[in-house]
Write a protein that binds this ligand. Structure first.
Ligand code: HEM
Length: 520
């Protein structure tokens, strides 16, 4: 008998391996009994197809799957002559190793207070596991967060507020410039320039003057153009090390939009190296930079390396620029698009700030209608559109299901923002829903379900900075100016792609407006 060729053996081994893996994942894996598409249970290529080929569409697909499996479980049980007590739609297996839950009332169980949990996968996605946001290990995250918390405290923000004022005033001047020229101002471009200058000044002690740039050149285009890279890196983690090993000019040639981010990386590398030598590189009048904060903290030496500080710098910019800018764009579009909202807000602002030239934070923070507009914009902006993974070291019971310990479980903020039972007409901008201590039908305060800043021990550290920016920017805009939309519609502020952050249609030209000064 002829002996089998080497190729034959390799092919046989390969087929046997895949057959065994498929069988294991479908029948013997601890998650085998959970509902969901069999293909998603077998391979993460299912996720890759929706994220990479379809350009950030897996969240949308997962929503459809929740609907589909809910209906299927209901019909299947009825056809078997049983009435259903629970429907399996809220819980599905979305990759071989991950369970996704869509149930607003379960959010606090997955993201509990005071429990430090492992977060899997974001380190691969960003290629910067040294940053706080993607740090996987719970204890490492805890100490890194503790070292930064004073920098993000209200006291620190108040000490810095004069610099935010300066940028908001620059923005006001730029608006007058567009008014004078009778040209439409692109708010989708202006807001990331504003939030970018603020973050740079706050954390790094200098800014790039993006707000003063004629076209508001900022990090925005880079984030949008390379937004999908995170999906590729999730499947092929080697991509970031490869990209990082390439000379910048090649990356810039491949993707010109990445230029500002690459410059930022180079500058940070240089600035951090100087801080590590003990120099003070700060050029503004802020108290401290993030690097001084970390280097002066009790963190161990491995958390004070050049690489770790570079990772943190990238994450701070990534986390703070687009999130706040998107919330600003949503607020601005809807307030302008709904004259009754504009009139009410403007009248309140005139009362709270009789002298239009002075803009103070405190009176703005006491305005219920402005706060309601911001709540509504942040609800509709989600912060992050990505599935947010947590791994509990104990089993979690969800309805009739027991999720085994050490399973990656995720939920998604947009699912809560659009839970129609909690936020009826969830796609409409209705600030009134936040007025007068609102509650759900069963008496739970509505703000328990506003999770756009996350929940638990890894919730947004920049929340106070974000609120301060939102109060001052929107307060200034709607106290001093009136606006008219120019060729903009709601698709300019609605998510069309989940690139970790929500991104509007790639064809959107942005929210463009004509500006007129108010006279009252
Ligand atoms: C409207 C504005 C913002 C929204 C909606 C938002 C949303 C979020 C969300 C949902 C998370 C939690 C991720 C998780 O659960 O794992 C987060 C984390 C974080 N955010 Fe924000 N963010 C905003 C603005 C900012 C700003 C201005 C900064 C300042 C740099 C910032 C810095 C951070 C940081 C450092 C983390 C990581 C916290 C940790 O892992 O412990 N964010 N943000």
């Amino acid at each position: 008998m002829a002996s089998p060729s080497l190729t034959g053996v390799v092919v046989f081994a390969f087929v046997a391996y895949w057959f065994g893996l498929v069988l294991y994942r479908l029948s013997f894996h601890p998650l085998a009994k959970f509902p969901g598409p069999r293909l998603a249970a077998v391979t993460s290529w299912y996720e890759a197809y929706y994220e990479i080929v379809k350009n950030g569409q897996y969240s949308k697909k997962i929503s459809q799957l929740h609907d589909q499996y809910g209906v299927c479980a209901f019909n299947c049980n009825i056809s078997r002559g049983r009435w259903l007590t629970t429907v399996s739609g809220p819980i599905i297996r979305v990759t071989p190793h991950e369970i996704h839950i869509r149930d607003s009332r379960f959010f606090d169980h997955v993201y509990p207070k005071n429990v430090h949990l492992l977060k899997e996968g974001w380190d691969k996605r960003f290629g910067s596991e040294g940053g706080l946001l993607p740090t996987p290990d719970a204890q490492v995250h805890k100490r890194r967060r503790a070292a930064l918390s004073s920098m993000f405290s209200r006291r620190s923000i108040i000490e810095f507020v004069h610099i935010i004022h300066r940028h908001v005033e620059t923005f006001s001047t730029r608006m007058r410039e567009f008014e004078g020229r009778k040209e439409p101002l692109n708010l989708t471009h202006a807001f990331p320039a504003l939030t970018g200058d603020i973050i740079m000044d706050y954390f790094f002690g200098f800014n790039y003057g993006q707000l003063k740039d004629p076209e508001f050149a900022s990090f925005h285009e880079a984030f949008i153009k390379i937004g999908g890279t995170g999906h590729v890196a999730t499947q092929f983690p080697a991509i970031f090390p490869i990209m990082n090993s390439m000379p910048d000019f090649i990356t810039e040639w491949l993707q010109p939009a990445a230029k500002p981010l690459l410059k930022f990386k180079r500058d940070q590398r240089d600035v951090i190296a100087r801080y590590l030598k003990g120099e003070d590189v700060k050029v503004n009048d802020a108290n401290k930079t993030i690097f001084q904060e970390i280097l002066g903290s009790k963190l161990p030496p491995e958390d004070k390396t050049q690489q770790r500080l570079e990772d943190e710098a990238q994450i701070v910019v990534g986390g703070g620029v687009e999130t706040t800018a998107f919330a600003l764009a949503i607020a601005a579009f809807h307030i302008i698009n709904k004259p009754e909202v504009y009139e009410r807000l403007h009248a309140d602002l005139v009362k709270a700030i009789p002298n239009r030239a002075t803009l103070e934070l405190q009176p703005l923070e006491q305005m219920p209608y402005l706060k309601a507009c911001i709540m509504e914009a942040v609800r509709m902006g989600y912060g992050l559109s990505a599935r947010n993974p947590r791994t509990h070291d104990k089993p979690i019971r969800y309805k009739e299901w027991v999720i085994p310990a050490n399973t990656c479980v995720s939920m998604s903020i947009p699912d809560l923002s659009h839970d129609e039972e909690i936020f009826p007409q969830s796609r409409e901008f209705i600030p009134e829903r936040w007025l007068g201590d609102p509650k759900t039908d069963d008496g739970i305060p509505l703000d328990r379900f506003m999770v756009s800043f996350g929940r638990g021990t890894r919730s947004c550290l920049g929340i106070t900075l974000a609120w301060t920016e939102l109060y001052l920017t929107l307060g200034m805009m709607f106290r001093r100016f009136k606006f008219e939309l120019f060729e903009a519609d709601v698709t300019d502020v609605e998510m069309a792609h989940d690139f970790f952050i929500p991104v509007t249609s790639l064809n959107s030209k942005g929210v463009r407006v004509f500006v007129t000064s108010t006279t009252d």
